[in-house]
Design a protein. Structure first.
Length: 272
C-alpha cells in the first residue's frame, strides 16, 4: 500500500489557512469569555455554531463521519470527541473545547482546556502539563526536523511530571481536508515506525492528550465517539495548527489575547 503524500502548501493556500485558523482561534476566545458553571455543553455547541456561521464559515465537525454536533466538549475524564448535550458544567470541572472552522476551502483546528471555577491540584497539574507539552513540541518544529521529535519531547516531559500520553489519537495534517498526512504521534516512536522529515510548507496539528493515570482510553460503545480514560482519571488537551517554516514554525491558530478561564493572569499566577 502506498503512503499518502504529505502536501506542501502553496503561498496562496497558506494565506487562506491563516484566515480559517484565525476564525477558529477567535471562536475559542469567545468560548473562554462565556464559559461559566451551570452552562450546558449544548449551550457551548450553540455558541460555537452561531459564531462560526456568523463569520460565513462552517463548523467542520458537524456531520463529519456522522459526528452530530458542531464542536467537541470533553469534560474531566473524557479525553476527546465529547458530544455536547445537557451536561452542566460544575465548579471544579475541566473541559476541553475543540473548535474547527471550514472557510473558503480550508480547515483551521484548535482546542484548549478550561477551568470551571476553582479546581483541584490534580486538575491543575494535568492541564498545565498538557499546555506545556504543546509549547515544548512547537519549539522543536522546523524544516529538517522529524515528526518523531514531537512525540519525543512530549513524552519525556509529561512522564517526568508524573502524567501519561494518550497513544490512540494523534495530530494530523490539515488543509482542504480535515484530516490528512502526516500523522503526528505525541509519544516516542518505536524503531522502524514511519518518521518523515518536516519540510517548509507542511501544515499539521499538534494536540497532545495528557492523562493523570494510564494512557489507555475506551471509546463509548453506544455513541461510538466519546473517548474516556480507562481508569477514569482526568485528562487535558491543547491544540494548535502549525505551518513549518525555514526558521521554525508559524502557529496559525495563535490567539491575540489570553484565554479567559484558562490563560488569564490570576489563574496562571496560582500555579507558578
Amino acid at each position: 500500500m502506498s503512503r499518502e503524500i504529505i502536501e506542501i502548501k502553496s503561498d496562496r493556500d497558506i494565506e487562506k489557512m491563516r484566515v480559517s485558523c484565525q476564525m477558529a482561534a477567535e471562536t475559542l476566545v469567545l468560548v473562554g469569555e462565556r464559559l461559566r458553571a451551570g452552562m450546558t455543553t449544548e449551550e457551548i455547541n450553540t455558541l460555537v455554531h452561531k459564531d462560526t456561521v456568523r463569520r460565513g464559515a462552517v463548523p467542520s465537525p458537524l456531520n463529519y463521519h456522522g459526528f452530530p454536533k458542531s464542536v467537541c466538549t470533553s469534560i474531566n475524564e473524557v479525553v476527546c470527541h465529547g458530544i455536547p448535550g445537557p451536561r452542566r458544567l460544575l465548579p471544579g470541572d475541566i473541559i476541553n473545547v475543540d473548535v474547527t472552522t471550514y472557510y473558503n476551502g480550508f480547515h483551521g483546528d484548535t482546542s484548549a482546556t478550561f477551568y470551571v471555577g476553582a479546581v483541584s491540584p490534580q486538575a491543575r497539574l494535568v492541564t498545565e502539563v498538557a499546555r506545556r507539552s504543546l509549547d515544548l513540541a512547537i519549539a522543536v518544529v522546523r524544516d529538517g526536523a522529524r515528526i518523531g521529535d514531537i512525540g519525543e519531547v512530549i513524552q519525556g516531559y509529561a512522564e517526568g511530571e508524573g502524567c501519561s500520553v494518550v497513544r490512540d489519537f494523534a495530530g494530523h495534517g490539515i488543509g482542504r481536508r480535515f484530516h490528512c498526512a502526516p500523522q503526528v504521534a505525541h509519544y516516542r516512536l518505536k524503531k522502524g515506525e514511519e518518521n518523515p522529515r518536516l519540510r517548509a510548507g507542511m501544515v499539521f496539528t499538534i494536540e497532545p492528550m495528557i492523562n493523570l493515570g494510564t494512557w489507555e482510553v475506551e471509546v463509548d460503545p453506544v455513541d461510538k465517539w466519546t473517548a474516556r480514560t480507562r481508569d477514569r482519571k482526568l485528562s487535558a488537551q491543547f491544540e494548535h495548527t502549525l505551518l513549518v517554516t525555514q526558521q521554525g514554525c508559524e502557529v496559525l491558530t495563535r490567539r491575540s489575547v489570553p484565554l479567559a478561564n484558562s490563560e488569564t493572569v490570576d489563574l496562571l499566577a496560582s500555579v507558578l
